[in-house]
Design a protein around this ligand. Structure first.
Ligand SMILES: Nc1nc2c(ncn2[C@@H]2O[C@H](COP(=O)(O)OP(=O)(O)OP(=O)(O)O)[C@@H](O)[C@H]2O)c(=O)[nH]1
Ligand SMILES: [Mg+2]
Length: 296
């Protein structure tokens, strides 16, 4: 029997649970998540190989209706690029509300001409399950390329199996693109930077996460240990003491939480040093966008 293999873009508004769904399907954390929007900043590939089927998921940043800076515009560009290149689109929305942002994304998906399915996520938080039907009816009437509507709860994996089955069924016959066992195309160095960014986002208040990023300055694999030197960039000097915390306490927590996740990922001991640096205007700087990998 021949193999099946396809590329599936996961798109949707910020914070609807795209990366959570991907991690649940892979049973491994490939893409960082947080309760704050705009967590994912890049296209991140997650590969699910099962028997004769290989699904190559492309997680994307949440689509922003009014991008405020260069970083946000390049995040939207990542979404558009992903849409241009895939066999199927998995759009996610929050089952509790269909918003203007969702309309905009469904239109983008429709314009891409790629077949699509919609997963209505967070049904655990939905009070009235009957409210889903009119929403689904309206969407299917307006956007003809959506062929399937699947209510899911990514957190408990409810409905995710049905979603996966449908995707498997729709894969084209094609040889595998990645070797069995490979789960992402991203190098460990990149994943480590993302883990530190996730911890930074988790510990900071509501505004700061959007003006910080993490750069891995050094990643050195020695015989018994991996040495990592990372820098958290902030946009203004006044933000530095917030990230560092009283007597360095916050930075210590960010570093130690990151280190234990990274040790689990790499399956080896890690020595890590994390610095904080002010990079004024990095959100609009070409050089910064190149450093963080959003521009060539
Ligand atoms: N209650 C509930 N929370 C969920 C569910 N799925 C995801 N979440 C939470 O929603 C938040 C956002 O999840 P993410 O996976 O980071 O969302 P995202 O769409 O990737 O967000 P961006 O990368 O910012 O676009 C996290 O706090 C998740 O734990 C769900 O089914 N139910
Ligand atoms: Mg995400």
């Amino acid at each position: 029997m021949s193999n099946k293999c396809g590329l599936i873009a996961i798109v949707g508004r910020p914070n609807v649970g795209k990366s959570t769904v991907l991690n649940q399907i892979l049973k491994q954390k490939i893409s960082i998540t947080s309760r704050k929007p705009q967590t994912t900043r890049y296209q991140i590939i997650g590969i699910h190989t099962d028997g004769d089927s290989q699904i190559i998921f492309v997680d994307t940043p949440g689509w922003q209706i009014s991008p405020k800076n260069r970083l946000n515009r390049l995040m939207n560009r990542e979404v558009k690029q992903a849409l241009s290149d895939v066999d199927l689109v998995l759009m996610l929305c929050d089952s509790r509300q269909w918003t203007l942002g969702d309309e905009k994304i469904a239109t983008l998906v429709h314009e891409s001409g790629v077949p699509a399915i919609l997963a209505l996520n967070k049904i655990d938080l939905l009070n009235n399950k009957n409210s889903l039907l009119p929403t689904i009816a309206k969407i299917s009437e307006n956007y003809s390329n959506f062929s399937e509507f699947i209510p899911v709860c990514a957190q408990t994996v409810s409905g995710v199996e049905a979603l996966l089955e449908f995707i498997m069924f729709s894969l084209p016959e094609r040889p595998f693109i990645f070797p069995k066992g490979q789960v992402t195309d991203r190098p460990e160095r990149f994943l480590c930077g993302e883990i530190i960014r996730e911890k930074t986002m988790n510990y900071l208040g509501d505004e700061l996460p959007y003006t910080t990023t993490v750069v891995i300055d050094d990643f050195e694999e020695l015989e018994n240990i991996t040495n990592i030197i990372a820098t958290i960039w902030v946009g203004r000097d006044s933000q530095k003491p917030i990230v560092i915390g009283k007597n360095g306490s916050l930075l210590k927590r960010i570093a130690s939480d990151s280190r234990s996740d990274i040790e689990e990922l790499l399956q080896r001991k890690v020595f890590m040093k994390v610095w904080v640096k002010t990079k004024r205007g990095w959100l609009d700087s070409t050089e910064a966008m190149k450093t963080i990998g959003l521009l060539d």
